[in-house]
Design a protein around this ligand. Sequence first.
Ligand code: 13P
Ligand code: SF4
Length: 310
Amino acid sequence: IALPKDLFCAIDELKRELKAVVLAHYYQDPDIQDIADFIGDSLGLSQQAATTDKEVIVFAGVHFMAETAKILNPDKLVLLPDLEAGCSLADSCPPKEFAEFKEQHPTAIVVSYINCTADIKAMSDVICTSSNAVKIVNQLPKDRPIIFGPDRNLGRYVAQQTGRDLILWQGSCIVHETFSEKKIVQLKIEHPNAEIIAHPECEETVLRHAKYIGSTTALLKYSQQSSQGTFIVATEPGIIHQMQKEAPSKRFIPAPAMNNCSCNECPHMRLNTLEKLYLSMKHKQPEIIMDESIRQAALKPIQRMLEMSK
Ligand code: 13P
Ligand code: SF4
């Protein structure tokens, strides 16, 4: 298939033709971020998906994000430029094993990080994202045990912040586990005034060096407000595109991975390209299709999250 010379223009035209909105996560390629109508973290994106009046949602992110948009909008066409764009964290929590885990703690409230499949959401009482996890856990009754899954790093961080004893599912994200504490400390010695900022999906060994910990949106805001000029950024480096755009005079150094590879880039997020985005809109596929009973069961804890994070 011959692609148009100016993909940006062609995508803009398709947006008008389809009455489509393009939602993009901060971990997407800079080109995709630049064509998006809204760029955000997982909470911001689900809030946009919950309120959009457009007929088609093009989700430049990973599968669980587009699936969440579909759960909220069963009658809309939800497109994901590459259906293979999954998530190692979501994969680390298979439904059968999670159901058995739940059975071991029958009185527990189940809080699931949005980075999980619809099957896991359907087994949960409330969903959270990295930006509202502390707020949500703080609102839960004190006399009930709490299961938190699938990310053990975010879970440990939330337990520290809330003082609650969480029963953790032992999942993790391949990107956030790849940062090297040793290399981050070396970088800090080379740039003594730099501030280390980190996503709570990172390991404790990295988080303990961070001046600020937060979701991608929170990290972006912090980097703009801080009086410092240099930052070591311990999350997927796609976010640096927005950090740099909003503060061109500041310096953002991606936190290095353990083996000097570029594996701090999320291989799932990066499956989407501008070309695939164009093609998905042109052909109105691949679209997210869901089982209606799973969708309804997964909707309740998402709605609860949207209510509780107001
Ligand atoms: P947030 O968008 O909530 O910061 O989460 C980051 C992430 O890993 C998304 O997959
Ligand atoms: Fe999943 Fe990690 Fe990629 Fe986020 S960065 S989509 S948690 S693998």
